[in-house]
Write a protein that binds this ligand. Structure first.
Ligand code: SF4
Ligand code: FES
Length: 242
């Protein structure tokens, strides 16, 4: 039989399985907590902190996507401190990153009345889109470093380990090792990273070409010739090694 613990969220007494996260407990009780870096198919790393809640007797706000429930825990998901913290996180994100293709985050900006460009002196992400393969495009000016793509590329799904964090502080970004191109890396082009990216930083090449105004026929020709060129290069590399 599953052991349960009794907690109170926003004044509502609930009974949840021991070991559940506060986020799971809240959602099961119909209480909404916003998430960004959390994805049900990836391991949570508590990187964005949008899901923070106030827990009685805790000095700091607690990331609900990783913190687990304890017997008698009292949680506030919408206190003044929580709301202010979420608003600040959104404002910092918006001041540094191109969120134009992040509909969920833009909706949160409205809900939390976050002021766009609140920190005009913040250093913006300015990297150019990386177009190094026929399958998808990487535009890290739109990346919020949620790490979902790294997780699915690694132990959560594909075990390819083609990408990871590189750099520090403001210069942190997702990259291949030694910044080699994706075709040179261990990437198998499964597309799972594209599927979990919440910001449009990763997108199918065909979608990107359509957005650039290319016709479907042009796109077919372009991606077909890219694939042929790539295949020829791989074959010549293999015959060099043989
Ligand atoms: S590329 Fe997308 S999925 Fe990967 S860390 Fe950036 S925002 Fe997250
Ligand atoms: S959703 Fe919990 S820290 Fe990002």
């Amino acid at each position: 039989m599953t052991e349960t613990v009794n907690i109170i969220i926003d004044g509502k007494p609930i009974s949840v399985p021991s070991g559940a996260t506060i986020l799971q407990a809240a959602r099961d009780a119909g209480i909404d907590i916003p998430t960004i870096c959390y994805h049900e198919a990836t391991t949570s790393n508590a990187l964005c902190r949008i899901c923070v809640v106030e827990v009685e007797n805790s000095r700091v706000l607690v990331p609900s996507c990783v913190a687990t429930v304890n017997e008698g825990m009292k949680v506030e998901t919408k206190s003044e401190r929580v709301i202010r913290s979420r608003r600040t996180i959104l404002e910092m994100m918006d001041s540094t990153t191109d969120l134009s293709e992040s509909p969920e985050i833009l909706r949160m900006m409205e809900e939390y009345q976050a002021v766009p460009d609140r920190y005009p002196q913040a250093m913006e992400r300015t990297s150019l889109p990386i177009d190094d393969n026929p399958m998808f495009l990487r535009d890290y000016a739109k990346c919020i470093l949620c790490w979902r793509c790294v997780q699915v590329c690694a132990d959560d799904a594909q075990y390819a380990y083609a990408i990871n964090f590189s750099g520090r502080g403001y210069d942190t970004q997702i990259s291949t090792f030694y910044e080699i191109t994706l075709p040179e890396s261990t990437c198998v082009f499964c597309g799972q990273c594209v599927g979990v990216c919440p910001t449009g930083a990763l997108k199918p090449k065909r979608q990107w070409l359509l957005e650039q105004g290319r016709t479907p026929d042009e796109i077919m020709d372009l991606t077909r010739s890219e694939r042929r060129a790539r295949r020829r290069q791989t074959q010549s590399e293999l015959s060099e090694k043989a």
